[in-house]
Design a protein around this ligand. Structure first.
Ligand code: 2AM
Ligand code: CA
Length: 269
């Protein structure tokens, strides 16, 4: 795709994500219309839906030949990543948004013919925009993120984990995962996969593991992480399928391979 066109797409995407975030901040104390989706704790609000509709309207009126995959389903039914596809989570960390009014993000990824070109994760209440363009590095607001440290060990690493799913879905042996938690310097759960992946890109988490995420949760984060030299795979160290739910395992290459070889391989059921 021509760089000039990508510049324009990137510029618009940033403008819209900041505008959408501003709207959410302005309405943060308004009453919410909350309902649940796949289970009673899988929440959606009028704000999630309205934010996705905002992007849909902007994208379709500005770039009529682009497609949108959005968590709330207002976008297109995309069966393959052909052409230009926006993958958007209007609010990642909806439970945080509802209960805590912080630690949630808007996640926007733009793929062209299957290649991740633009990744944006906006931590709305902190007003922090993580952004990346393929081959041009990753940024937090206007500051370029340095490449991940040359070398690091698990014993000095902080790992992001979604503890509930580790216990619930029986994909892994809890005992071995407990060993992982004990071996790492620390573990954290922030409740927004997008923010946790941005933290991997920023180098404040050396790894992140979640058992089941959707494309809008990880698409932008993967682009950011690649730009700083990190890797993202599924739990078995294999490639992520961009249009499906996946387990997601991201991190510093050394920490990733150590966790994979010494823990996950043994823990898989
Ligand atoms: P969401 O807030 O957009 O639903 C919580 O640990 C993280 O997992 C959030 O990023 C959340 O995204 C994501 N997630 C993905 N599928 C989920 C589900 N079925 N229920 C709750 N959170 C889910
Ligand atoms: Ca969401």
């Amino acid at each position: 795709m021509k760089n000039l066109i990508l510049d324009e797409i990137n510029r618009k995407a940033k403008e819209w994500i900041l505008e959408a975030g501003r709207t959410i901040r302005n309405k943060i104390n308004d009453p919410l219309d909350i309902s649940s989706k796949s289970n009673p704790n899988d929440l959606v609000t009028s704000m999630d839906k309205n934010t996705e509709k905002y992007f849909l309207e902007k994208i379709k009126s500005t770039f009529p030949d682009h497609f949108l995959i959005g968590e709330e389903g207002f976008g297109d039914e995309v069966k393959a990543l052909d052409g230009t596809v926006w993958i958007i989570d209007p609010i990642d960390g909806t439970m945080n948004f509802v209960q805590q009014k912080r630690n949630f993000a808007i996640s926007v990824a733009i793929y062209h013919d299957g290649v991740g070109e633009v990744g944006l994760i906006y931590n709305v209440m902190e007003d922090q925009l993580y952004s990346a363009r393929r081959g041009e590095g990753a940024f937090k607001n206007e500051v370029k993120l340095p490449p991940l440290k040359k070398t690091t060990v698990l014993e000095e690493s902080v790992i992001g984990l979604n503890h509930l799913w580790l216990c619930e879905n029986k994909l892994v042996d809890e005992k071995i995962m407990q060993d992982l938690v004990k071996t790492a310097r620390g573990s954290r759960t922030y409740g927004s996969a997008a923010i946790e992946l941005a933290f991997v890109a920023e180098g404040v988490l050396e790894g992140y593991l979640a058992m089941s995420l959707s494309p809008w949760d990880f698409a932008a984060g993967m682009i950011l992480i690649k730009e700083v030299g990190g890797i993202t795979t599924n739990i078995d160290g294999k490639g992520i399928k961009m249009l499906e739910r996946n387990s997601v395992f991201a991190g510093h290459p050394e920490v990733h391979s150590r966790i994979l070889n010494d823990f996950i391989t043994k823990a898989r059921k």
